[in-house]
Design a protein around this ligand. Structure first.
Ligand SMILES: Cc1cc2nc3c(=O)[nH]c(=O)nc-3n(C[C@H](O)[C@H](O)[C@H](O)COP(=O)(O)O)c2cc1C
Length: 274
């Protein structure tokens, strides 16, 4: 099968696909024939799907991006500015979760949506480790507290020790301030050699937490666990992340116990116009 398949009954030879191609490998002889990709250039295609997405006539498919798998954008589903603004503003870090785990089907839906996050060179090479069960999360929190106690002992006058003391105190009263009451933890990872892996992971996590909102699922970046993971290789090992992969941040997932009713203001943006 050809790398670029053109439905000649639909193609209007308008050159939009060629103009949009980020790698400039779609060409049109004389600017008016059917678009094509030379065999030598096929390897440069990053299968981003821009050509398929931008063609107003549904006239082309490219290997790896079959038009059959590319539904049309529905105008009725496009967010208005007001809806988008409220949607983005309403996301909150959840720290009080219901005693009910998010089921695998929902988690799969979330992850499948988060994969639409951009990745450098369209690498799409992230993997997702899902750690399920309050017992497992509690033991990760326990390890984090153990690490904090060590830091407090070793450097009692440090800013870190001051920051950690309340978390240790809460833990001794039975409150888990590390992973709160979450029952699930998601840790995306990227191949160690990927140049932009950490950025890709960060964006994917941001997508994940936004995708969670309409499903009634809440999230929170697990920064304290991350700090313990950075300091404790055995802790990372115990999580069974994929071999040869690097991770960036674990994220707590669960159903929020409480509903939010207002949109707190942020600091005013600082903008430098040049
Ligand atoms: C990188 C990062 C790490 C975070 N780590 C934690 C954490 O360990 N525990 C926690 O309760 N919240 C954590 N948070 C949540 C922030 O405190 C929260 O985003 C901030 O207070 C703003 O509130 P909002 O997310 O509800 O808008 C983290 C957020 C980010 C972005």
């Amino acid at each position: 099968m050809a790398f670029l398949t053109i439905d000649e009954t639909k193609c209007k030879q308008d050159g939009i696909c060629a103009a949009e191609c980020p790698r400039r490998i779609i060409t049109q002889e004389d600017g008016k024939s059917f678009p094509q990709v030379s065999e030598a250039d096929e390897a440069y295609c990053m299968t981003c799907g821009h050509c398929v997405a931008v063609c107003p006539h549904g006239a082309l498919s490219v290997t790896g991006v079959d038009i059959e798998d590319c539904p049309e954008i529905e105008n009725a589903l496009v967010l208005s500015w007001d809806r988008a603004k409220q949607f983005l503003r309403a996301r909150r870090s959840i720290r009080v979760f219901k005693n009910k785990a998010v089921d695998r089907e929902t988690l799969e839906q979330l992850i499948a949506t988060a994969r639409y996050a951009p990745t450098a060179s369209n690498a799409q090479n992230l993997q997702w480790t899902v750690i399920e069960g309050r017992d497992k999360l509690e033991s990760l929190s326990q390890e984090t507290i153990h690490w904090m106690v060590g830091v407090i002992k070793a450097q009692p006058d440090s800013a870190a020790a001051d920051y950690f003391r309340p978390f240790v105190a809460h833990w001794t009263t039975g409150y888990d301030g590390i992973l709160r009451t979450a029952q699930t933890l998601i840790v995306p990872s990227a191949p160690k050699e990927s140049a932009n892996g950490l950025v890709d992971l960060s964006i994917a996590l941001a997508y994940l937490e936004l995708a969670a909102l309409p499903l009634g699922v809440g999230t929170c970046w697990a920064g304290l666990l991350r700090a313990a993971m950075l300091a404790t290789p055995e802790l990372v090992e115990s999580m069974g992340l994929p071999e040869g992969h690097t991770w960036f941040y674990p994220m707590m997932i669960g159903y929020p116990k409480f509903k939010y009713h207002r949109l707190p203001e942020r600091k005013a943006p600082v903008i430098h116009w040049k």
